[in-house]
Design a protein around this ligand. Structure first.
Ligand code: PLP
Length: 423
């Protein structure tokens, strides 16, 4: 355990950090902690999928021939399995293609180009559209807004979800605010789980825009890392109960359950919103890949099958998250140079360094061959105003490689932190 530097100890600590960094660079490492991708060993858990459904097995339990066109809403038996995970009745769930991000993209495009239930006009016909962006958040949500010219308004995250005082004020006063991005469970990147109070306030709040939508990206709904799986309140039911049934779009996928390139994505919402999306989708496709849906159904079998599979995922992921926590604590604990999250699920650890240091830490790590997600990626327009947040994605590297990368990262945090103190 290191201790907070004093004017006497700082020069020595800085010298040691510089020496450690020189030695780190000399190792010539090539380590990547950027994206939250499953490791090959995680993908191996679903290897059986590659042999499914198998020759001659092309009929879904309801009699659908999965080889043919049609079935826009996706296989009902697969929707039944994910209804509980995503807290959406199977009849209001759509099983689609391989990517939930694609569904989010499409929902934005459709809202821009066709009138949403409850809307007075298309979004594209309005002078300005804005989304609330809890920060830190998921860079690809922000990239979608940027792509479509949607203004982004930052909202600070708290331990219970977005700061609801800020959210309630912004949605009440500005009809241009049409949506909010939420990753409600084990959020990307800070692992926050929304409290029941946050869910209730999101459902009931007064919005100036009649067509306000919560983009409820429940990407980590089943991705627990402890023996105490977190349960969040059911936003779709809460919205219906509060008289705002069309307020939420739920998204999810099996990308980090089975395979990240060839899983199944889901959309869930009110009957009116589902009809709206299905109507728009009907112009875009004659039906989803039901062969892939059938193979997922055969492989996962039921909700217990998903739980069992996620336990196996956890067995591979938990040691990596424990290693990150252990090394951060032993190398940076007590230095006053960093704080970090201890998520109970999901794919990320958020490391906070002193204001003004994140970019430099990432740069110094890159010098040593350790590639991190660019500092700022967790904020709209890639700009973290405090320059303090670094997202760590521990899933992909092997354990030994991950340990080396995190040790190296801590060297860079000490170097940059002590350099700043010495100035
Ligand atoms: N949503 C969040 C919060 C994510 O972290 C990710 C991937 O990292 C995705 C969505 C992407 O999901 P999909 O693979 O279903 O497009």
């Amino acid at each position: 355990m290191t201790s907070e530097p004093t004017p006497d100890s700082l020069p020595g600590l800085l010298d040691r950090a510089r020496q450690d960094h020189r030695e780190l660079v000399a190792l010539g490492l090539s380590l990547d902690l950027t994206r939250g991708k499953p490791a090959p060993a995680q993908l191996d858990l679903s290897e059986e999928l590659l042999a499914l459904p198998g020759v001659g097995r092309h009929t879904a339990p309801d009699g659908t021939d999965v080889r043919n066109y049609g079935g826009l809403q996706g296989l009902p038996e697969l929707r039944e399995i994910f209804a509980g995970v995503l807290q959406v009745p199977a009849g209001q769930l759509l099983a689609a293609g391989n990517s939930s991000l694609e569904l989010m993209h499409d929902c934005l495009v459709h809202a821009l180009l066709s009138v949403l239930p409850g809307a007075e006009s298309r979004w594209v016909d309005q002078e300005r559209i804005a989304f609330l962006c809890p920060v830190p958040g998921y860079d690809r949500h922000f990239a979608l807004c940027e792509r479509f010219g949607i203004d982004m308004i930052q909202v600070p995250m708290t331990a219970e979800g977005p700061d609801m005082d800020v959210v309630e004020r912004l949605v009440a006063e500005d009809p241009a605010v049409k949506g909010i991005w939420c990753v409600p469970k084990y959020s990307n990147p800070d692992g926050v789980c929304y409290s029941d109070a946050t869910v209730a306030r999101l459902a009931a709040m007064e919005t100036a825009a009649p067509d306000f939508r919560i983009f409820w990206d429940n990407a980590y709904a089943a991705h627990h890392l402890t023996d105490e799986p977190v349960a969040i309140a059911d936003l779709l039911a809460a919205c219906a109960g509060a008289g705002n049934p069309d307020r939420v779009f739920v998204f999810g996928s099996t990308s980090k359950i089975t395979t990240a390139g060839s899983g199944v994505a889901f959309f869930g919402s009110s009957p009116a919103n589902l009809e709206w999306l299905l109507g728009n989708n009907a112009k875009r496709s004659i039906g989803p890949d039901k062969v892939n849906q059938l193979r997922h159904l055969m492989f996962l079998r039921d909700a217990d099958g998903v739980r069992y599979h996620m336990e196996r995922q956890r067995a591979l992921l938990q040691p990596k998250f424990e290693a990150v926590a252990r090394i951060l604590e032993s190398e940076l604990g007590g230095t006053g140079l960093a704080s970090w999250t201890s998520p109970k699920g999901g794919y990320f650890v958020t490391l906070e360094v002193p204001d003004g240091c994140a970019r430099e830490v990432v740069r110094r790590a890159a010098e040593a061959g350790i590639v991190l997600t660019p500092a700022g990626a967790t904020h709209p327009y890639g700009d973290d105003p405090r320059d303090a947040v670094i997202r760590i994605a521990p899933s992909y590297p092997g354990l030994a490689e991950l340990e080396r990368a995190i040790e190296g990262l801590t060297v860079c945090v000490r170097l940059v932190g002590y350099e700043q103190r010495a100035r």
